[in-house]
Design a protein around this ligand. Structure first.
Ligand SMILES: [Zn+2]
Ligand SMILES: [Zn+2]
Length: 299
């Protein structure tokens, strides 16, 4: 039997000032995974849904089905045809392997508006290659017998640079650079909505820019790795992780300076360590509110 176990929907109860009204902004962790093919954790993807309009950050494998699951569980804005705005933090495959899915599945399922994709330099090129790779599919769906909405296949990808990159009635989105090892461009994003400020770290080693971008924000969604797990990793992997990612105690330091109302862990690299262990590592140095993020679990 399919069973809904957990969905990390963080409501406005964490946001002072909006206690009596329905929150305009919902944060849904669609996928909290990493390159590890953990069947319980979909690839990285976070949805910020404002007045039932979804803004999705990253497109890890499984993203569209997770959106569909969230929709089935009451997040109205995450109907698949509504997936029209995507923000990529960087072009690592675990964050983009779901890009063809994000482009094509909603188009087949009646998306009737262009898809806007924003990301670091290379985003346009990646998107154009995906469209070329699916040339035959596009041809058959758009010119064959299948009823299709051509607007849903209008894909507009844009390479963006740090600063304000998007604004509409619901949100203002700012991109900022983070340190992600040898990537020239890897971004975090700050979303300001009518009732919340949310910062998404993307993948990064400790980055001052996150402290600046959050600066007392409502929610900081940050990647992390377990120090207990790290200690058991081979030296060559330790070298890699410490250049590309953020340890639990490094995150505690960042959170203490960034002062979010709520810190949400995602993209957790655990290597066998438990949820309790990583929360304890953080609590040793940081006393704010922390949630171990999980995505929709169906078993
Ligand atoms: Zn990643
Ligand atoms: Zn990465």
């Amino acid at each position: 039997m399919w069973k809904f176990l957990l969905m990390a929907v963080l409501t406005a109860s964490i946001y002072a000032g909006a206690q009596s009204i329905k929150p305009a902004t919902q944060l849904v962790l669609l996928g909290t995974g990493t390159p590890n093919a953990d069947p319980d954790r979909s690839g990285p993807a976070v949805a910020i849904v404002v007045n039932d309009v979804p803004y999705v950050i990253d497109s890890g494998p499984g993203v569209v089905r997770r959106a569909s699951a969230a929709n089935r569980n009451g997040i109205k804005g995450l109907a698949v045809a509504n997936l029209r705005r995507l923000f990529l933090t960087h072009l690592h495959s675990d964050h983009t392997a779901g890009l063809p899915d994000f482009i094509f599945t909603p188009a087949v399922l009646d998306r009737d508006a262009p898809l806007l994709i924003f990301g670091p330099p290379g985003t346009r090129e990646m998107t154009s290659y995906i469209l070329k790779a699916y040339r035959q599919d596009l041809d058959i769906r758009l010119k064959g017998l299948e009823p299709a909405k051509p607007k849903g296949y209008d894909i507009r990808a844009k390479d963006v640079f740090p600063g304000e990159i998007y604004r509409d009635d619901n949100v203002t989105v700012k991109a900022f650079k983070v340190n992600h090892g040898s990537w020239n461009y890897s971004y975090g994003y700050r979303f300001d909505t009518v009732d919340r400020s949310i910062v998404i770290s993307g993948d990064c080693a400790p980055s001052e820019s996150i402290i600046k971008a959050c600066n007392g924000c409502d929610v900081l969604v940050h990647e992390v790795y377990s120090e207990e797990g790290f200690a058991k990793r081979p030296p060559e992997w330790q070298r890699y992780h410490s250049k590309f990612h953020t340890s639990s105690s490094e995150l505690a330091d960042i959170a203490a300076k960034a002062r979010p109302r709520l810190l949400v862990l995602y993209h957790q690299l655990m290597w066998g360590a438990s949820k309790e262990s990583i929360l304890k590592e953080i609590a040793g140095k940081y006393h704010g509110k922390v949630v171990f993020g999980g995505d929709l679990l169906f078993r």
